[in-house]
Design a binder for this molecule. Structure first.
Ligand SMILES: Nc1ncnc2c1ncn2[C@@H]1O[C@H](COP(=O)(O)OP(=O)(O)OP(=O)(O)O)[C@@H](O)[C@H]1O
Ligand SMILES: [Mg+2]
Length: 393
């Protein structure tokens, strides 16, 4: 990905004597660019409805074109009536100035003019996962199985970075499909860090906090008592993975009473592998690999366990999912509008008869996934953290 607000862009922008200023501390990682309200008003045609791309609990999001360079950005204007707004704004600016990863959205800068609070992000061309999974219009092509797995894998890597590569760990606290943004190639990035909190390196040590986040995605122990660990995020990840598999919203009041809560509805199916196919999004038809389905459901099920200590750590989830995002021909199916024909399910022989994947490599992959899953549950059962390749930043 191109570097957002590259040094060159900055030079050009300051060279062009825009009102934009850049404040840098001694630490190269902290470089928050400030914008004036006027600049952002110009960029968004005075916050015109034609530039509006979304609205959340904290305010509206506009597509904007910045200064002379015409760089496309997303501008979030926080609601001035929001009681919590200022705190979330500060946390968001601080967190995103310090954290950098290919699966976290880039913060380009902010504006804190008078009582105006605005955030400027890299523009994510395909909007949120929610738009592609849960709010699809009749003519819209649904996400393919492999794109869903690619999104879950990238999301898991973003969380792994926050939990295991940053020191002290960062608990994201607001994982949900509307906070997973997609670039033009369906690469996912986590957005909205206003609720994020620093965690403890000791996973048994909980951080007490007021319960924030979104109903349905919150881990049960956190919703009950506000006891927060990185495992609360692991639970929310399980919910998102279940949404990706089923195409169902975590809470959907339009469904029959016993299906309104996705996790409660799925729970009896999760314990019976023979029933896994009942979970599959009907929009996928037969276009999913049955073994891949089993493995993805197994990962979701582990993440959704009631007891936080037995949920896997994100590093293990990343390993388990990394095997599931490749289609049998080994090419990522990134664009669901250009479907490659997938072999029909329930017929493993189809892989062979197409000469796409020989039995041995299919078994290797299956073994590797099973091993990763086993390893994950053993590790978490022993209360160990797996911190591969991790070092304090
Ligand atoms: N950087 C971005 N690029 C493109 N679209 C974005 C960007 N940020 C947000 N959006 C769009 O704006 C919508 C609203 O985002 P916002 O974060 O304000 O609210 P939300 O996540 O839907 O809800 P909540 O306020 O509960 O977190 C998103 O769903 C997405 O479609
Ligand atoms: Mg959001």
């Amino acid at each position: 990905m191109s570097i957002f607000f590259s040094a060159e862009t900055d030079k050009l922008m300051t060279g062009a004597k825009t009102e934009t200023t850049k404040r840098e501390s001694g630490n190269q990682n902290i470089a928050a660019q400030t914008f004036t309200f006027r600049e952002l008003a110009t960029a968004t045609k005075n916050f015109s409805p034609e530039c509006l791309i979304g609205e959340g609990g904290f305010g509206r999001v506009y597509k904007g074109r910045l200064g002379n360079m015409g760089q496309i950005v997303a501008v979030k204007q926080l609601d001035r009536n929001g009681l919590q707004g200022n705190r979330e704004f500060l946390v968001e600016v601080l967190m995103l100035s310090l954290l950098h990863h290919e699966h976290l959205v880039n913060l380009g800068g902010y504006c804190a003019d008078g009582d105006q609070r605005l955030l400027v992000y890299e523009y994510m061309a395909l909007g949120s996962l929610e738009d592609h999974l849960l709010e699809i219009s009749p003519g819209q092509t649904p996400l393919s199985w492999y794109t869903r797995m690619k999104i879950s894998s990238g999301t898991a890597k973003g969380l792994e970075y926050l939990h295991e590569k940053v020191n002290p760990p960062v608990i994201y606290r607001d994982l949900k499909s509307s906070n997973i943004l997609l670039d033009e190639n369906y690469n996912p990035k986590l957005s909205d860090f206003g609720f994020a909190k620093l965690g403890s390196l000791d996973e048994n040590e909980t951080v007490s906090s007021r319960v924030m986040g979104t109903y349905g995605y919150c881990a049960p122990e956190y919703a009950r008592s506000g006891q927060l660990t990185v495992k609360s995020d692991v639970y929310s990840f399980g919910v998102v993975l279940l949404e990706l598999i089923t195409g169902r919203r975590v809470i959907d009041t339009m469904r029959p009473a016993n299906e309104q809560n996705l996790v409660a509805w799925a729970q009896p199916i999760l314990t019976d592998q023979k029933r896994y196919q009942e979970l599959v999004d009907p929009l996928l038809g037969d276009n999913f690999p049955p073994k891949g389905l089993n493995q993805a459901v197994a990962v979701a099920s582990m993440c959704l366990q009631e007891e936080p200590s037995v949920r896997p750590v994100m590093a293990d989830v990343v390993v388990a999912l990394s095997y599931l995002q490749e289609s049998p021909c080994g090419i990522l199916d990134e664009d669901p509008n250009h479907h490659k024909p997938h072999p029909p399910p329930h017929d493993d022989k189809a892989f062979e008869s197409h000469g796409i994947l020989d039995e041995e490599s299919a078994m290797d992959r299956e073994r590797a996934v099973a091993e990763a899953i086993r390893w994950g549950s053993n590790n978490s059962r022993n209360g160990q953290r797996s911190r591969k390749g991790m070092g304090p930043l």
